[in-house]
Design a protein around this ligand. Sequence first.
Ligand code: ADP
Ligand code: ADP
Length: 239
Amino acid sequence: TALLELKHVAKKYNTGTMALSDVNFSVSKGEFVSIIGPSGAGKSTLIRCINRLIDASGGEVRLDGVNVLNLNKRALQQTRVKIGMIFQHYNLVERLSVIDNVLHGRLGYKNVITGSLGIYTSDEKKQAIEILHSLGLEEQVYKRCDQLSGGQKQRVGIARALIQEPKLLLCDEPIASLDPNASKVIMDHLRSICSRLGITVLVNLHQVDVAMKYSDTIIGMRKGSVVYNGSAQGMKAET
Ligand code: ADP
Ligand code: ADP
């Protein structure tokens, strides 16, 4: 069954750029899907339309059958809890500790960005520490984020998303700032989050080889349109 369904999604920026035109695809529960394509293809715009960081100009984005594009502010907040976000530049509050960044995830990432502090129970702290351990960050729990490597920061970003217990993890170029070793660690974690926790993963990548190695399905984009939607094996046959 489809967790996410896009129908005729379009985005025209007020500069006149048609970043997306008539994008249609669906993502099943538990699927690992990569979106690939050259710079400017619309990958990042697409991700931002799904969680409504920006507003699409038309179409439908259905999550669990509900059209996200129609939701009022309050309903949108409730839906966004189901969507974890991972960013290329991590978007952590650098001056705060790792665990504080993760605990902020419970409030939704808007609060994370503003750095507003919440109050947490000991159970929530325990959960945050467990998640950090599962991502190999045992030693970093109380460190400030500005002391971490890029790969460690991205794992904090993943932990912050996981504490929301999301159904869908949206990752916008999660490894674009990382070296090959750190990239592999991040992709392995994303793959295992999908396989073991059953969380659906939708990830923007510009490395075709990485997409082919990790994905169930690949969506190829060019100039705002989907030009390929199929298996990694099928991609190999085409190229
Ligand atoms: P990708 O993520 O595949 O590199 P983007 O979604 O960033 O592609 O960009 C798609 C197109 O939309 C590009 O032509 C880009 O210049 C344009 N674009 C992206 N963001 C904005 C914006 N905020 N305002 C105007 N145009 C934008
Ligand atoms: P990235 O590849 O990391 O998404 P970009 O250079 O595409 O970085 O975009 C950086 C920022 O500039 C984004 O917030 C994007 O929305 C904005 N942007 C990108 N292209 C344009 C554009 N043509 N006009 C206005 N803003 C843009």
